[in-house]
Design a binder for this molecule. Structure first.
Ligand code: ZN
Length: 86
């Protein structure tokens, strides 16, 4: 019954270490995790840009690289911006 003895010691060791309180500070990079429920006409989740400037920069990039003419509009679900084709 050596295993049971070791298990008992392990449990004792774990019990003697109080669980540390979880850090309450939110992640600094939280804006990059912003999501919303908006979907495009294909049913895919739309990209959420935290600022209109970033949405405009992406719109410009797509215009130059792919010829897509996109407009920015504020997300109706959360804080952020989306691109739309029309
Ligand atoms: Zn949205």
């Amino acid at each position: 019954m050596e295993f049971k003895k070791q298990l008992k010691q392990l449990k004792k060791a774990l019990a003697s270490h109080p669980t540390k309180p979880q850090p309450t500070t939110p992640p600094k990079d939280s804006k990059s995790y912003a999501v919303c429920i908006c979907r495009d006409s294909k049913g895919e989740f739309k990209t959420l840009y935290p600022t209109q400037l970033e949405a405009l920069q992406q719109a410009n990039l797509l215009l130059q690289t792919k010829g897509f003419k996109l407009k920015t509009y504020p997300c109706p679900d959360t804080l952020g911006w989306h691109l739309t084709k029309s």
